[in-house]
Design a protein around this ligand. Sequence first.
Ligand code: ZN
Length: 382
Amino acid sequence: MTQQLSWEVLQSIVQSQSIEQLSMQQLDELFHAEKDMMAFLPDSVCQIDPRNGELIVYNSTRARRPHDSGIPDARLAIDEKPCVICQGKTTGVVDVAQLSQGATFINKNLFPIIYPLQNILEEYRQQPLYPDPMHTGRVSYGFHFLQWTSTQHDQDWHTLSLDDGVIVLQRLAALEGKLLYESGALMPPSEMPPPRKSTHGFVSIIKNHGRLAGGSLAHGHQQIGCSNIMPSRFYNNWCFAQRHDGENFSHYLLRENPVELQVRDYGEAVLLVPYFMRRPYDMLLVVKNTERQYVHELTDAEIRAVTQGIQDAIRALIRIMPLLGREPAFNMTINNGPGAGLYLEFLAHTQEIGGFEQLGLWVCQESTTNAAAYLRENLVVR
Ligand SMILES: [Zn+2]
């Protein structure tokens, strides 16, 4: 029988049926009440690589995660050990929505990369980054959530119906909106000078699928970080718009990316291979209305188009990678905030990262034209 988290067990760990019902204060208290999390708290320190502005946060306790103890054990954790999520052995749930079968839900990451510190000094709440002449690091804090795509162990974007996928994305959007608009007492403004939308902090949404791409649990999930620090990709998007007289990256890409690299058009969004593809089958899913900055700003039609794009991209990678002799592994990231427009990136683990790549010289084993054509073929065949 397929594993799944039953409705009864799920209800026993539900603290809130919907994220909209919780105040930030209550959310903060729920994080502090997770006693099992205390052994795995992050160092709450962020350093910046002065060469490229990349941020490094430290969590020296993370190496102790039970499912991360070396490669052989990690494989066991993914494939064979009873799933802790299916057993309901996880943190309190803050949002649940029923799907046609089972449910999708959001809870707190037991092994957080950021944590809501108490008594953050006012100066740290003024701006995301500030000088650090002694190199002691800057404080990093916030909330780290997990969204479990389905209570059914083997269900994820690629197996869900479109209607169920839409619900999963809508709940992600609700969490994103909550964090951006209601965390003003804790987080610095999302832009300097502060944006007219009065959003605070940075909401990073990612998915790791497959052991080789950092997925440490097989049960399909997304990770959501709400941090005071701005990930460097967000900063790059913002800089891009500054350099291009206010044109954001999505707008530029829709104008410049060669039409033969389009994989599929969904009306409100388009899936494409970027002309600067770094690894075979890397894809971008771009929302055509480039005024959009965040997932919660999307209309129902846009949410539906983005869901279709996510499902197609993931299905294609899961189909193609075994044909390349590789186990499916990829990262999905959502690029939101100023300067991005709104786009998702699918980064396939189709090649290792070598020394040239570490120098910033990416050697890609496939052409963009071939990759786009092959992806189109693999979308048609289901
Ligand atoms: Zn499971």
